[in-house]
Write a protein that binds this ligand. Structure first.
Ligand SMILES: Cc1cc2nc3c(=O)[nH]c(=O)nc-3n(C[C@H](O)[C@H](O)[C@H](O)COP(=O)(O)OP(=O)(O)OC[C@H]3O[C@@H](n4cnc5c(N)ncnc54)[C@H](O)[C@@H]3O)c2cc1C
Length: 381
C-alpha cells in the first residue's frame, strides 16, 4: 500500500488550484447574496476539461482516472469559493453523464455527451417528487407507452440545475403496481411540449446554483429517448447514486482544507487577553478536530475513489464516504464560524457561507439517515 501521490498527480491538483484562482470569478460573496449563477465560470471549467475528465475520449472526455478526478475536484474546492457551482457540475457528471455512459445507446451518447462535456448543455437529474423523497421508488410520475413513444405525467422537485438545464434525466414508472421494477429513465430536452420548468426555488445555501421543479403534463417522449430498458430505471438510479455518493464531496475536502488554513491564520493573528486566541486550548482543540476530520475524510474519499477506479462495486464505501464527509464538513464549518467569532457570522467574511453550503450535503444524494440504513443493510441488519 502506497499513500503517496505521484509528482504528476500532485501537479494536477496544484494546476487546477492555480487555474481556479487566476481564471474563475472572485466576486463570489456578491453573487451568493444575489443567488447569481455564473455561466461563464461553468464554461471555463468545462473548457478546462473538468466536466469530461473521467468521461470517454470518443465523446470529448479525457478518459481520466477517478482518483485523478478526485484530485481535480479537491483542488477546485480549495481554490474556488463557489461551492454551489462545483456542486451543480458534480450533480451533472455523476448522476446524468455517468448513467448515459453506462446505459446510453451510441446515438444517445453521441447526441448528448459532447455537449454536456463542453459546457454547451447543462443537465438536471429528476428523481425526487413532492410525495417521494427518501422512498424514491414510490414515485408517482407515470410513463404510458404508446407505439414508439411514451407519455410522461407527474411532478419532480428539488432539481439541481433545473432552471438552467437543457436536458433532464427523468424517472417515471410504467406501472405503479410494479414498485422499483416499473421505474424507467428518460432523457427529455428543454422545450419539449408538456415539460414545464419552475422559477428558482430559494434555499439556505448553494445559492449560486439554481434549483427548480419540473412539471410533466402529457409530455410525449420518443422511444429512442428512453435511457436503458423499460423497468431498468432503479438499477440505473442506484448506479448513478453510487457514483455521486463516492465523488460529489471531493470538492468539500478542498473547502475543508481552505477553512482549516483560514482558521489557523486567524487564530494566530486575532488577539484577546493579550495573546493570540490560538494559545487557548479551546480554540486549538477545535482546529485539531478540523485537521483530524480533514485527514480521515481524505482516507475515506481516496479509498472509495480507488475502488471505483478499479471497477469494483462500492455500495457500502460510497455510503460511508457520503455520510462521513458530509457530517465532517458541517462540523468543521461550524467550528470555523466559532473560531472567527462574530466575523464568522457575517456574510462579508465568507465563513458563514461555507457552513450554509455544507448543510445541503446532509440531505442530497440520500440523507445521513438513509446512508446509515444502507450501511446497516450491508452489515446484514
Ligand atoms: C441541495 C439539494 C439538492 C438536491 N438536488 C436534487 C436533484 O438534483 N434531483 C433530485 O431528484 N433530488 C434532489 N434533492 C432532493 C433530495 O434527494 C431529497 O431531499 C432527499 O432524498 C430526501 O428526501 P426528502 O427531502 O423528501 O425528505 P424525506 O424523505 O421526507 O425525509 C425527511 C426526514 O425523514 C428521514 N427519513 C425518511 N425515511 C427514513 C428512513 N427509512 N430511515 C430513517 N430516516 C428516514 C430523513 O432522513 C429526513 O431526516 C436535493 C436536495 C437538496 C437539499
Amino acid at each position: 500500500m502506497d499513500f503517496y501521490w505521484s509528482a504528476d498527480q500532485q501537479k494536477i491538483k496544484t494546476d487546477i488550484i492555480q487555474f481556479a484562482q487566476d481564471e474563475l470569478s472572485a466576486d463570489f460573496i456578491e453573487r451568493d447574496k444575489k443567488g447569481l449563477f455564473s455561466r461563464q465560470d461553468w464554461n471555463k471549467i468545462a473548457q478546462r476539461g473538468v466536466i469530461g475528465y473521467p468521461m470517454p475520449a470518443e465523446y470529448g472526455g479525457k478518459d481520466g482516472n477517478i482518483l485523478d478526478t478526485m484530485l481535480i475536484m479537491e483542488g477546485l474546492g480549495y481554490g474556488y469559493r463557489d461551492a454551489a457551482l462545483i456542486f451543480g457540475i458534480n450533480a451533472q457528471m455523476w448522476s446524468v453523464q455517468m448513467p448515459i455512459v453506462s446505459h446510453g445507446t451510441s446515438q444517445q451518447k453521441e447526441k448528448y455527451l459532447p455537449k454536456l462535456i463542453s459546457g454547451e448543455m447543462i443537465a438536471g437529474h429528476c428523481m425526487s417528487e413532492p410525495v417521494s423523497g427518501s422512498d424514491a421508488y414510490s414515485l408517482q410520475s407515470t410513463a404510458d407507452r404508446g407505439g414508439d413513444y411514451y407519455i410522461l405525467n407527474g411532478s419532480k422537485t428539488f432539481i439541481t440545475n433545473g432552471p438552467i438545464a437543457d436536458l433532464f434525466l427523468i424517472f417515471a414508472t410504467v406501472n405503479t403496481n410494479k414498485g422499483m421494477w416499473g421505474v424507467t429513465a428518460f432523457l427529455v430536452e428543454k422545450g419539449t411540449p408538456g415539460l414545464d420548468i419552475s422559477p428558482v426555488i430559494e434555499k439556505m445555501g448553494l445559492k449560486t446554483i439554481p434549483m427548480g421543479s419540473v412539471e410533466l403534463v402529457n409530455c410525449q417522449i420518443p422511444l429512442e429517448n428512453r435511457l436503458g430498458p423499460e423497468g431498468g430505471g432503479a438499477q440505473l438510479f442506484s448506479g448513478g447514486m453510487e457514483w455521486e455518493r463516492s465523488c460529489i464531496l471531493a470538492s468539500s475536502l478542498g473547502a475543508m482544507e481552505y477553512e482549516l488554513e483560514q482558521s489557523i491564520t486567524y487564530a494566530r493573528e486575532r488577539r484577546q487577553f493579550n495573546r493570540p486566541i490560538g494559545d487557548f486550548q479551546s480554540v486549538s482543540n477545535r482546529i485539531v478536530d478540523m485537521k483530524v476530520r480533514l485527514e480521515t475524510s481524505r482516507l475515506m474519499l481516496y479509498k472509495v475513489a480507488w475502488l471505483k477506479s478499479i471497477g469494483k462495486s462500492a455500495v457500502m464505501e460510497a455510503a460511508i464516504a457520503k455520510l462521513y464527509l458530509s457530517e465532517c464538513f458541517v462540523q468543521s464549518s461550524l467550528d470555523a464560524v466559532r473560531i472567527f467569532g462574530a466575523k464568522g457570522y457575517l456574510s462579508d467574511y465568507g465563513v458563514e457561507g461555507i457552513l450554509r453550503d455544507s448543510v445541503g450535503g446532509l440531505i442530497y444524494s440520500g440523507t445521513s439517515d438513509i446512508q446509515r440504513n444502507i450501511i446497516a443493510r450491508m452489515l446484514g441488519l
